[in-house]
Ligand binder design. Structure first.
Ligand code: LFR
Length: 484
């Protein structure tokens, strides 16, 4: 009989409750419940419907138990940086802002006038991106100073969901590091940074490493779901942290791309790299499971095509968009990481305007727009690879693409051709698998991360894409360099 775990994996557009079974060193996944997630807009601000998300988790648990299934533990991972404020009575006191909300558009410049970029980077090793919890909280408190009196604790999204499951408050480490409040040298919250926004570090609960048993399902939920003794384990609660656990690599000379709404491209490192060069290139050192550092860069990713799909009223499937891109002529390139693409009203118009403003032919057909997105992403993969090689002194000629985005063979091949690296695509369910693997390690079923990766290699299909060295990208590459 295999042993079962439950993974709750929630991304910016959907969430799932997945059951895994480990038998004879192989993992098998079964989707129990899938639900939609979406930011909502109210009076010009963007938020997440956190109550709905928790309701969906409970619904998943009920479906699970109604099917007479059993599990030892549950683990939750979601995107990072967003937070929940709790009042003295332990209840949420504010709606949950979504990180794409534009209130932090100018916050980095504003905040770094008080503490310099160099100082913040040497303390935290975290990239400067406007949605870090630091800038979000800074604006939150600035626009509503009286809230300070009422905040008794701050939890990240998965921590809050864990708290609702088992009444225990803890902030899991991989997610804690993304706040830009975590001091990598002191290995705790940085008092100076927290103080600068008007709070004290005591509002942040203690930090729990990935793999910690946080508690077990509370009495109310036990009777509601009819599930007894379910342990609540914090995996790498940051989805990207879980995805990196699931990278099926055996050596160290590889880069990964966790491909979903974002493309997170980087390497696994034993130590943080906070050099001037790393700061100039704006790389981040996010905490990983089991004392690893995820040295990586955020690339705007499939968000660009997701938004195009949405603006076109979901008339085209992702597969159709890829097909149209393949057939289209290559006419223009964007810098995917330009801030204007973070949350524009209309992605199609934003791309067209960008091309016009940069004196390129304006893509008109859906295929031309999709091609522009995929080629530009692959160009940025090349750029980030070159920077990674330079900073790390590693050769890096293999790229592992994991996550839902690795189903896009067209982009996988572009990545191989443009970077001249071998590309390995899979597993698709990397975030849920990484989440599950940490639970199995905590339960004592798997020894360590290397064994976990071996099991992943044996359990899931990994596809290989060889670079075509005859592809010439000189013109595109030169244009791209002009744009960045
Ligand atoms: C991916 C991700 C990224 C993070 C962004 C915002 O889902 O977690 O790693 O930078 O979302 O939280």
């Amino acid at each position: 009989m295999g042993r079962n775990c439950l993974a709750v994996d929630i991304g910016a557009s959907s969430g799932r409750v997945i059951m895994s079974t480990l038998t004879d060193n192989k993992i098998n996944l079964k989707e129990i419940h899938r639900f939609k997630n979406q930011m909502y807009k109210e009076k010009g601000s963007f938020y997440w419907d956190i109550d709905k998300l928790f309701g969906e988790i409970v619904k998943g648990l009920k479906i699970f138990s109604n099917n007479d299934l059993e599990a030892d533990s549950i683990g939750i991972d979601t995107w990072a940086v967003d937070y929940v404020l709790l009042g003295k009575d332990g209840k949420r006191i504010s709606p949950v802002y979504a990180y794409r909300d534009n209130r932090t558009n100018n916050s980095i410049d504003d905040f770094t006038e008080k503490i310099s970029k160099e100082d913040i980077y040497s303390k935290t090793g975290i990239q400067f991106i406007q949605f870090n919890t630091l800038y979000q909280l800074y604006e939150h408190v600035k626009s509503n100073p009286s809230i300070i009196e009422n905040i008794s604790s701050i939890l990240m999204i998965p921590d809050y969901l864990n708290y609702l499951l088992c009444n225990e408050k803890a902030v899991e480490y991989t997610n804690a590091t993304t706040t830009q409040f975590y001091n990598i040298h002191d290995k705790t919250w940085d008092d100076e940074l927290v103080k600068e926004i008007g709070l004290t570090s005591s509002v942040f609960p203690s930090i729990a490493k990935a793999g910690t048993v946080i508690g077990s399902l509370n009495d109310k939920l036990e009777s509601e779901t009819n599930i007894k003794g379910l342990k609540v384990i914090a995996p790498a609660t940051h989805d990207t942290g879980s995805a990196v656990v699931a990278v099926p690599a055996i050596d160290y000379e590889f880069a990964y791309i966790s491909s979903g709404t974002w493309s997170l491209m980087g390497i696994e490192s034993d130590i943080p790299i906070c050099s001037q060069e790393a700061l100039n290139y704006n790389f981040t050192n996010e905490g990983g499971a089991y004392d690893t550092i995820r040295f990586l860069k955020n690339i705007m990713g499939l968000w660009l095509i997701q938004e195009v799909k949405r603006i076109l009223n979901d008339k085209y499937s992702f597969a159709k968009l890829v097909e149209l891109a393949k057939e289209a002529e290559s006419i223009s390139i964007i810098n995917p990481n330009d801030n204007r693409f973070l949350n524009p009203e209309n992605m199609v118009n934003e791309i067209k305007n960008y091309c016009k403003e940069t004196n390129q032919i304006v893509p008109n057909t859906v295929g031309e727009i999709a091609k522009c997105i995929f080629e530009s992403l692959a160009l940025q993969y090349k750029q980030v690879l070159l920077q990674l090689r330079k900073i790390s002194n590693k050769t890096i000629n293999k790229i592992h693409i994991v996550g839902g985005g690795c189903q896009n063979d067209y982009l996988n091949q572009l990545c191989a051709d443009y970077t001249e690296c071998e590309v390995f695509a899979g597993p698709i369910e990397a975030t849920a698998i990484g989440n599950i693997m940490v639970q199995y390690i905590t339960l004592g079923e798997i020894d360590n991360i290397s064994e976990a990766r071996k099991i992943i290699m044996d359990s899931f299909e990994i596809r290989r894409f060889k670079p075509d060295f005859d592809v010439n990208i000189d013109d595109k590459w030169n244009k791209f360099k002009e744009l960045i």
